[in-house]
Each structure stands twice: as C-alpha cells, then as structure tokens.
Write a protein that binds this ligand. Structure first.
Ligand code: ACO
Length: 427
C-alpha cells in the first residue's frame, strides 16, 4: 500500500507521497509541493534533503555502515582492489576476469599525458596549489579528447568506457607530473608494472637509482584509494552531479568536483589533520591541551566528526590498522601517530565528543600513512581526488543515463526589496 504524509498549511491539507528506499529509508516527496501550494521547503545546507535516488552507495551513519553497490566496505577493503572497485562502482556489478583485464588494459593505455596537457600544467604559476593544477589538468585533458567531451549527452555516454578509463588513469599522471615539475624534474608516465598504485608511486618517486616500491606500500595506497572511492551525496559528488545535470561532459564534471573537494571541511581535512598533529607535537603537548581548546570552541579537532556518521566511520577503523601495518613495513616511527592515538582515546571518553557523537573520520589516519610514504602534505587532497574519481564518474553516468532535469534548488530571498537607481553623483 502506498503511503503518504499530510502537510497542513493554513488549514489547507496537502497529501505528499512517501518514498521508500531498498534499505527502508523513507522520505516525504515534496517535488510537487510548490505547484500545489506555492510553498517551498527550506533546509539550509541540505542536511535533511534527499537530492536524488541513487543506486551507487548506501550509508547508514547511525550504524556506521558503508556499502558500494551493496558490498560492505570492510569486505571490499579485504578482498577487492581499487581498480576492481572502480568497475563495481561504475558498472554496478563486480567484473568477470575478462571485464577486469579489459578495464586494466584501458587504464594502462592512458598513463602518458598528451603533450598539450603537459604544456598546460607547466604553464600554470609555480605556486598554484596541486588541487587547482589537478582541476585545470582535467579540463585540459577533456580539451585534448574533444570526441569524449562533447557535452552531447548521448555521445559522451557512448564514449564513457573510454573517457572513464582515461580519467581514472590520467588523474594520477596529472598529480605525478605536477609533483615532478614542482621539483624541476621531468615526468614520464610510462607504464611499468600494470599495477595501478605501483605505477603511480613509480611516476611520483622513482629515480634511476631507486630500488622499487615495497609491495606493502602500494597495497596500503590501494586500500586508501578504495576506501575513498565513493561516499554518496557529499559536497564534491553533489557538485559533480549538479554539473552533470546541466549536460556537461565527464571531464568538466570531475574537474568541478575536484574544486569542491579542495576545502578544509571536505577533502582538505587530511592536510589539516597533519598540520594539527605537527603543531601539537611542536608545542610539546600530548594532545590533552588541544582537546580542551577544541571543547572550548577555540580550535577544531580535525579528522573528527562527520555530517552523516554519528558513529565510528567504518573507513577510519580500517585505516587505523592499515596505518599500523604500513608504518611497520616502512620502518617509520611516527611521534604524531602516538599523538593521534592519544587524541582519539581521550576524545572517545570525553563527554563533549560523546554527546555530539564525534568520532574519527576517514581523514584522521590517512594523512599519517601518506606522510610516511613520502607524499608532501599539499598532495594529500589530490590523493583523495584520485580515489574519489570512480565515484564521481559513477554518479556522472547515473545522471547522464537517468537524470530527468537540471538540478536547480530554490532559495528564500532575504535581501533588499525594490529600490530605485540613484545616479552616481548623488550617492
Ligand atoms: N571538533 C570539535 N567540535 C566539533 C567538531 C570537531 N571536529 N566537529 C563538530 N564539532 C561540534 C560543533 O562545534 C558543534 O558543537 P555545538 O553543537 O556545541 O555548536 C557540534 O559538534 C555539531 O557540529 P557541526 O559543525 O554542526 O557538524 P556538521 O555536521 O555541520 O559538520 C564536519 C561536520 C564539517 C565534518 C565537522 O565535524 C568538522 O568540521 N570536522 C572537522 C573537519 C573534518 O574532519 N572534515 C572531514 C569530514 S570527512 C570528509 O569530508 C572526507
């Protein structure tokens, strides 16, 4: 039996349908409300608004559940790989062996960047932040493949196997090229092993005399990418969907999502965590003074709290143990890891954090691993973007295939009412 809710406004009743998801989440469908009543709904920051129906990722923030296409994140982190998970997110099912090797071959084909993209990266001012470089590089990449970035929805969908593999591959090449150029080095994107993370680490760090990357390191990076691969309607993914809803191609949509990810309250938090841990370390604090200042609202415990999770972020749990393993494999003794552990255990027993349901999120431990691997802090958010690219692409495909209309929220105007123009001499 279909359910409905009644909304009573000024004695007039409006029956509103109730939507039920496959995990029994429920929503009041207000899409016809304005037409019926002239009222819109107001939800500053969209905290209580479902913007779409989606089949990519399911999160239950109260229970700490995260599933890609129905598969639990912990099972994927243990058994799958980043590239297999890319396939799962984009195509909806785990690949057969043939489908996976075909994706791997497509991705391996695009490790080198077109010369005009390399020239565009080199032309940017030296101080351009790596996230800005990444966003520009993705737009330039679309420009180098005009057939794949036509803004003709059907054509872009027909070419999506190619464009999505190209973006998944080249996003790491753009990141590595920018890093090399910033150090005055040349970039070579040539494929070495066919393993996504090994090739990326080699593009970033290998020199003529380097001895190769330890397997434990590339495996840890693979898990980090997999854990970041999608997170339903977060700020950057919603931005990607918003851009896609206007009919823009995958390159433009992913470039826009990259900009949205940049901020410190979103993807930039992994950088902010390391900055915070270093500052605590340099000040001689073991974390207790910092916790006190966070409780007094003078600072924010970065890597803690989440709009959706009101429980332990399941990704943080996996990263916490990956962090121990990676640091062991690298033989790194990290004083900031001790501070992080101390902050976590203190916060988890503190009434302020308990009451507000603040737990470590995915960024709390990821920065420590990335730093130990040798990534400069300003590339952390770029690594998040590399991991998140398949999620953005899956959402682009969902919108391009099923989206019915351009996304366009409304507002409550709180500005000046009608005024008459005053000539400049009279102001
Ligand atoms: N440290 C201290 N207090 C916090 C923190 C924190 N990290 N996060 C939230 N609070 C407090 C707020 O001050 C507020 O307290 P109040 O009720 O006394 O005013 C309460 O908890 C609710 O916080 P909001 O800001 O309303 O929560 P919101 O859902 O809007 O924000 C966010 C979520 C942005 C993630 C926030 O927790 C935060 O800033 N965390 C630190 C940054 C971070 O780690 N971001 C990464 C998020 S995960 C990701 O994007 C991959």
């Amino acid at each position: 039996m279909s359910q409905s809710a009644d909304l009573l406004i000024n004695d007039q009743s409006y029956p509103l349908p109730i939507l039920t998801g496959t995990e029994q989440e429920q929503a009041v469908d207000i899409s016809q409300l304005r037409k019926l009543s002239k009222f819109i709904t107001f939800d500053d920051g969209y905290g209580n608004t479902g913007s779409c129906e989606s089949s990519v990722t399911f999160i239950d923030g109260d229970k700490g559940i995260l599933r890609y296409r129905g598969y639990d994140i912990a099972e994927l982190a243990e058994k799958s790989t980043f590239l297999e998970t890319c396939y799962l997110l984009i195509y909806g099912n785990l690949p057969t062996a043939t489908e996976l090797s075909s994706l791997e071959a497509r991705v391996a084909q695009f490790t080198e960047l077109p010369p005009e993209v390399l020239a565009a990266l080199k032309a940017l001012p030296a101080n351009t932040h790596p996230m800005a470089v990444l966003s520009c590089g993705l737009q330039a990449l679309g420009g180098a493949f005009p057939d794949l970035s036509s803004n003709n929805k059907q054509q872009d969908l027909d070419n999506f196997d190619k464009s999505s593999s190209l973006i998944i591959s080249a996003i790491r090449s753009i990141a590595a090229a920018r890093y090399r150029f910033s150090r005055g080095e040349e970039f070579s994107g040539s494929e070495k092993s066919g393993n996504y993370c090994e090739d990326f680490l080699s593009m970033m760090f290998s020199s003529k005399d380097s001895n190769g990357i330890p397997e434990a390191v590339s495996k840890a990076l693979d898990v980090i990418f997999l854990l970041h691969a999608d997170h339903e309607q977060n700020c950057s993914t919603s931005t990607c969907r918003m851009i896609a809803s206007g009919g823009a191609n995958p390159f433009a949509s992913v470039a826009g999502a990259t900009s949205a990810l940049w901020g410190p309250l979103h993807g930039g938090a992994n950088m902010a965590v390391i900055k915070m841990l270093n500052e605590i370390h340099q000040s001689g604090d073991d974390g207790s003074k910092f916790i006190q200042s966070a409780k007094e609202g003078k600072s924010r415990l970065m890597g803690f709290g989440h709009r959706v999770y009101r429980n332990y972020d399941p990704r943080a749990k996996i990263l916490k143990s990956a962090c121990d393993q990676a640091l062991d494999a690298l033989g790194v003794d990290s004083p900031i890891l001790d501070i992080a552990r101390n902050l976590e255990s203190t916060a988890l027993e503190d009434e302020y954090f308990i009451q507000r349901k603040l737990y470590p999120n995915v960024d709390f431990y990821s920065g420590i691993i990335l730093q130990a691997m040798g990534f400069p802090t300003d590339t952390f958010t770029v690594l998040f973007a590399i991991g998140r690219a398949p999620g953005w692409l899956a959402h682009w495909k969902e919108i391009a295939s099923n989206g019915k209309r351009i996304h366009r929220p409304r507002q409550i105007y709180q500005g000046e009412t009608l005024r008459s123009y005053t000539e400049i001499a009279s102001r």
